[in-house]
Design a protein around this ligand. Structure first.
Ligand code: PLP
Length: 252
């Protein structure tokens, strides 16, 4: 299965969910989640019509930028970001989706200030209160939005969430609706009309539900590129080294 077919399938799913919700499918960006993918795979996705790529890891972002792999698409950062790595991201991506703490927010603003630019950001919200995930608890989102509004190095564009994997179809609808409502509430409180228009939510397994609930950006990896190497079922033999040969000292 090629990119063209995968992209067509995903776009059809987005369009169907959008129309059913009375929305314009053109208001939803299909962002390719490119973690573990090669520069060649990214180029092929862009050639097939992908207009936005999202990276999780600073190292991969840096390598793919050096390769000029994203040419023709915008680049986003969607993964966990440590404060000591913001210099590799700020000013190099059009949007940082994963601003998950006050400390990170301040570090991003400070770096943007230093470079004399304004970095577009989203606040990541930990809706399900999962200890394993980063993000602001929903009840702290308004304060974080107010703080972002006072830092001149950042421009708050909206909210992002990564709910737990949906256990059944429609299982994450409640989280997506909660994120949308949170954005509405914050917008009302802080009085911004033009900003906070981005809702980054929905992945391979649940993007239709996210679009139904108002997503403006779905982040899709495996439905576009195929399963990730790290996503092999437990008990599978280890993947072969890149040259396809087994190490000589391994016994089978
Ligand atoms: C990996 C990843 C995705 C895409 O996940 P798939 O299930 O492969 O579509 C989306 N968002 C974030 C933050 C990710 O890390």
């Amino acid at each position: 299965m090629g990119f063209n077919e995968n992209i067509a399938n995903i776009r059809a799913g987005i369009a169907e969910a959008a129309r059913a919700a009375g929305r314009d499918p053109a208001d939803v960006t299909l962002l390719a989640a490119t973690k573990t993918r090669t520069s060649g795979e990214i180029r092929a996705a862009v050639a097939a019509g992908i207009t936005a790529c999202g990276e999780n890891r600073v190292q991969e972002l840096t390598a793919h930028l050096a390769d000029d792999a994203y040419r023709g698409a915008s680049v986003h950062f969607i993964g966990h970001l440590q404060t000591n790595k913001v210099k590799y991201v700020v000013g190099k991506v059009s949007l940082i989706h994963s601003v998950s703490s006050e400390k990170l927010l301040r570090a991003i603003a400070a770096q943007a200030d230093k470079l004399g630019l304004v970095q577009d950001i989203l606040l990541e919200i930990n809706l399900a209160g999962e200890a394993s995930k980063s993000g602001f608890p929903p009840e702290q989102a308004l304060d974080a939005a107010r703080m972002a509004g006072q830092l001149k190095g950042v421009r708050l564009r909206g909210l992002m969430c990564i709910p737990p994997p949906a256990l059944r179809p429609g299982g994450n609808l409640q989280f997506f609706e909660a994120l949308r409502q949170l954005a509405v509430d914050i917008r009302r409180e802080i009085g911004h009309n033009k900003i906070l228009d981005v809702l980054s939510m929905g992945m391979s397994g649940d993007y239709r539900d996210a679009v139904a609930a108002g997503s403006t950006c779905v982040r899709v990896g495996s439905a576009l590129f195929g399963p990730r190497p790290s996503a092999l079922p437990e008990g599978s033999p280890p993947p072969l080294p890149h040259d396809g040969r087994r190490p000589v000292n391994e016994h089978f």
